[in-house]
Design a binder for this molecule. Structure first.
Ligand SMILES: Cc1cn([C@H]2C[C@H](O)[C@@H](COP(=O)(O)OP(=O)(O)OP(=O)(O)O)O2)c(=O)[nH]c1=O
Length: 206
């Protein structure tokens, strides 16, 4: 059976789809999962990324497990969390919040955690959290204002998108770049390889 018939991406993020396509993986179906992403009190950012990625996968699994067309599929989900120390910088739609997040990121190192979760057709959950350390240069008030005006921060964890203008803010990055954009490609393809998927050849015949 071809990979196309086997993989559901439980995400509405165009970046995640682009990243998968980049390595030749085209999911059969996209299932954006609308879950409550509010962190629990004192929840560590790493635990949050793990919990939310598995909640997205669980919601998708519940939706397809009794559906004869989709129940033999794999489900992949992810969640990206940006944090300065233990302080989580959530996605925002408000300019004031985005501006204070950028002031906080300016001239400092921060962590980007992406939780990934792969559910097998048998209902087993395989999970991982991947960490990338990013350091921004010092940002002037003018640079922050211009960035806010670009709107590129909307709906992005940490109020920035490394794949756009904010790429110029990055002084140093340690770890996976694709992890910051929203899906760590090495780790995703390694998880899929554990299920017998070879990116160059597709899935083995069922
Ligand atoms: C830090 C950073 C985040 N992001 C994006 C990736 C994610 O789409 C988003 C983090 O929010 P998520 O909640 O991980 O994802 P989402 O709500 O956009 O999509 P879904 O839950 O349906 O999969 O921020 C970038 O695009 N670039 C970046 O540099």
């Amino acid at each position: 059976m071809a990979l196309e018939q086997k993989l559901i991406l439980a995400s509405g993020s165009p970046r995640r789809l682009d990243l998968l396509n980049q390595v030749g993986i085209e999911p059969a179906r996209l299932m954006p999962m609308d879950i409550d992403e509010t962190p629990k009190r004192a929840e560590h950012p790493r635990s949050l990324a793990r919990r939310l990625s598995s909640e997205k996968a669980e919601a998708a699994y519940r939706a397809i497990k009794d559906d004869p067309t989709w129940r033999h599929s794999y489900i992949l989900s992810a969640d990206t969390v940006v944090a300065v120390g233990r302080r989580i910088l959530e996605k925002t739609e408000y300019t004031e919040e985005a501006s204070s997040a950028l002031h906080l990121l300016s001239g400092r190192g921060h962590w980007v955690y992406t939780g990934i979760c792969l559910v097998t057709p048998g209902g087993q959950f395989r999970q991982k959290v991947v960490e990338t350390k990013v350091r921004f240069k010092r940002l002037s008030t003018r640079e922050i204002e211009n960035y806010i005006a670009s709107g590129q921060w909307r709906g992005k964890a940490g109020a920035y998108a490394i794949q756009g203008i904010a790429g110029a803010f990055v002084q140093k990055l340690v770890g996976s770049y694709s992890n910051v954009v929203g899906l760590p490609l090495y780790d995703v393809t390694t998880l899929l390889a554990g299920e017998g998927f070879d990116a160059a050849q597709g899935w083995p015949e069922a």
